[in-house]
Design a protein around this ligand. Structure first.
Ligand SMILES: Nc1nc2c(ncn2[C@@H]2O[C@H](COP(=O)(O)OP(=O)(O)OP(=O)(O)O)[C@@H](O)[C@H]2O)c(=O)[nH]1
Ligand SMILES: [Mg+2]
Length: 400
């Protein structure tokens, strides 16, 4: 019996959690009963939980959503967790200033103040990996560089090379971050960039409104790495997923991929979204698209950057409102159009039949404009999405 359960669990991608139990099986009879109880309990919590999977390209904001769930539905970050982030945030500062000064020569941008040449050399000699110790001397060099008008000019052209989105946020706060007793705030942690590798899971409970039976609902939320090399791992968590939250970094329309400098980031997101939408493994899952990084999109568009350079069809797009509003609606329309497309690629004949019959059922895709670093915004969006999941998905699968 235990082996049967083990096989089921392996199929669901949870092999790691139950293998220790299976190992104990041989020890003695009472252990075996204990293991049976543990497995039953585990299967019950698996069945009771709404399982959400965050998907999207690299840097679209998936892990930031996980951090928001920790702030909103778990107990936030304790002092130990904040301390752990100090080094990552300082490394974000280093990565930022290094990339900017490193790209100045390629973009033919000189330093405005020649006294900063020494600081530039100091940073370049350290390399991208960063210094072992972040000393006062180190921070003095970064401060001088960040004040230099040439550095600022190169920063404004960051779409032409790879720079993390939080560069300005952290460089502006360098005095605070340099302090020996610096402890990151929630906002700092939300801005901290660390690439995800592998699969992470968080569990949390959310109150169900009285109008919908009340009580408490368990959620399991899975975070994966979005860069190309990470995506082959995604299939491990596809089974049993109730809803996909697909994150799009809308402000990326004028940037190329970190892992392939010839591919536009927004185009990559559209291709990936189409694959997810058409995946036969995910036909049962609800799909919610988070059109994320609205704050950065608004800044970019208000600085005069137009999406028409990269997506010429924008010139024929008709929508009300200012340039930012039109741009965000245009991006939404690009994704919506894909949900209406009938094309099915690379499918075997039997898979084709399966997809067509499934697709004949009405399938909705929901869209939200989000700023994942803004806790109030995520709280509101989560409330809407939670309600939607409860009404549209749980009723279908008969949880109530
Ligand atoms: N300003 C702003 N920054 C954001 C927003 N969403 C995410 N970020 C920042 O973008 C960076 C990347 O976000 P992550 O959550 O790490 O992206 P990810 O999708 O998990 O990336 P991978 O782990 O590589 O797949 C982080 O520095 C975040 O703080 C947003 O809406 N606005
Ligand atoms: Mg991540």
């Amino acid at each position: 019996m235990i082996y049967k359960v083990q096989r089921t669990i392996v199929l669901r991608g949870y092999k790691m959690q139950l293998l220790p139990c299976v190992k104990k099986y041989d020890e003695n009879e009472s252990n075996s009963k204990q293991i049976d109880r543990e497995i039953k309990q585990w299967i019950k919590s698996y069945n009771d939980a709404i399982k959400l999977l965050l998907l999207g390209t690299g840097e679209s904001g998936k892990t930031t959503i996980i951090k928001q769930m920790k702030i909103l539905h778990i107990q936030g970050f304790n002092a130990g967790e904040r301390l752990e982030k100090v080094q990552h945030i300082r490394h974000n500062i280093h990565e930022s200033i290094y990339e900017i000064v490193h790209n100045m020569s390629a973009l033919s941008i000189p330093l405005r103040d020649p006294r900063n040449i020494q600081s530039q050399q100091y940073i370049l000699q350290i390399g991208l990996a960063g210094p072992g110790d972040y000393t006062e001397e180190y921070f003095d060099h970064v401060r001088s560089l960040w004040r230099d008008a040439g550095v600022r000019e190169c920063f404004k052209r960051a779409n032409e090379y790879q720079l993390i989105d939080s560069a300005e946020y952290f460089l502006d706060r360098i005095d605070l971050i340099a302090k020996s007793d610096y402890l990151p705030s929630d906002a700092d942690i939300l801005r901290c960039r660390q690439k995800t590798t592998g699969i992470q899971k968080i569990e949390f409970k959310v109150k169900v409104p009285k109008s919908m039976h009340g009580g408490v609902q368990d959620f399991w939320m899975f975070d994966v790495g979005g860069q190309r090399g990470e995506r082959k791992k995604w299939i491990q968590v596809f089974e049993g997923i109730h809803a996909i939250w697909f994150l799009v970094a809308c402000s990326d329309f004028d940037q190329n991929l970190r892992e392939d400098n010839t591919q536009n980031r927004l185009t990559e997101s559209l291709v990936l979204f189409q694959d997810v939408w058409q995946s036969r493994f995910l036909l049962e899952a609800g799909l919610i698209v988070f059109l994320n990084k609205q704050d950065l999109l608004e800044n970019k568009v208000s600085r005069g950057n137009t999406i028409a350079h990269y997506f010429p069809q924008y010139d024929n797009f008709d929508a009300p409102g200012n340039e930012y509003n039109r741009t965000k609606l245009f991006i939404k329309s690009l994704f919506m159009d894909l949900t209406k497309k009938r094309e099915r690629r690379n499918l075997t004949a039997s898979a084709e039949r399966f997809v067509v019959s499934e697709a004949s059922r009405a399938r909705e895709c929901y869209f939200h404009f989000t700023t994942a670093t803004d806790t109030d915004n995520v709280r509101t969006v989560f409330r809407d999405v939670h309600q939607m999941i409860l009404t549209h998905i749980l009723n279908n699968i008969g949880v109530y």
